[in-house]
Design a protein around this ligand. Structure first.
Ligand SMILES: [Zn+2]
Length: 264
């Protein structure tokens, strides 16, 4: 899943702050599929704003990783594709602490953008708030709301200790610090359990808000993290990936133990 996608003639390529950026055509398709249906009904301009928001937000997130790589002496290039984005370092940076900072830098860059959007709106009221919408038209309000939402919520989801998300990478380093070589397996177990919990929670949210739901989630404040069908599918896939990797790690472990019993 973290494999860099093949180059295509339809790639959009440019440089940003000295980092080569490549946008795979699937990035646009996946972004439209994620939200396009409902937005097209309101108006095509909303779909354009949505695609722009996702593009800028993921680029800023990956830029955070890339700048951290550069800070620790590695080069980086950025790829945006169907699953979001990748910042690929030219080599593995030594030191767990540094690698944790590189993983943190992505979500932190998103939170900084979120703060800037919130701050400029407080000062200039360019987007207005949800309660006093309309003075500038609905588009600025939509732009403001989506920028805040995507950068905050995706950043928080990304920090869950699920591999290969940023939080999963951090969890793997922390587990390695505590448990040494066994850390990788423990990080995968945590990843599997948390991903399954997110699937269960997402399905509960989806059913609760549906026809037969009790609407319990509706009584909670708007900022309370909710899941849905999309996060259930995504985390179901991630749980399966962790399970698959766990089988392989476990096999290697017993294999290792069988051959070198004195090493145990
Ligand atoms: Zn990231």
């Amino acid at each position: 899943m973290l494999v860099e996608p093949e180059r295509t003639p339809y790639d959009l390529r440019f440089r940003f702050l000295g980092f080569p950026v490549r946008v795979h055509p699937w990035f646009w398709i996946a972004t439209v599929l994620l939200n396009g249906d409902g937005l097209l009904k309101i108006g095509p301009e909303y779909l354009l704003i949505w695609v722009g928001v996702v593009f800028v937000s993921i680029l800023v997130h990956e830029l955070g990783h890339a700048l951290a790589y550069r800070r620790f002496g590695a080069d980086a290039n950025i790829v945006l594709y169907a699953f979001g984005g990748l910042a690929i370092g030219s080599h593995i940076v030594s030191g767990r602490g540094r690698r944790i900072l590189i993983s943190l830098a992505g979500p932190v860059a998103g939170f900084v953008l979120c703060g800037l959007v919130y701050g400029t709106n407080q000062a200039l009221e360019w987007g207005q708030s949800a309660d006093e919408r309309a003075p500038n038209g609905l588009e600025p309000w939509f732009l403001y709301h989506q920028l805040i939402w995507v950068n905050l919520i995706w950043g928080l989801f990304n920090l869950l200790p699920v591999l290969p998300l940023d939080g999963g990478q951090i969890s793997r380093e922390v587990c390695g610090m505590i448990w040494g070589p066994r850390g990788k397996r423990i990080a995968l177990q945590i990843s599997f359990a948390v991903a399954l919990a997110v699937v269960a929670y997402s399905m509960f949210c989806a059913i609760d808000s549906g026809q037969y739901g009790a609407g319990i989630m509706n009584s909670l404040p708007w900022w309370f993290l909710r899941g849905g069908v999309y996060s259930a599918i995504l985390f179901g896939f991630l749980a399966y990936e962790s399970y698959r990797l766990l089988q392989r790690v476990e096999w290697t472990d017993t294999h290792w133990d069988d051959r070198l019993p004195w090493e145990r």
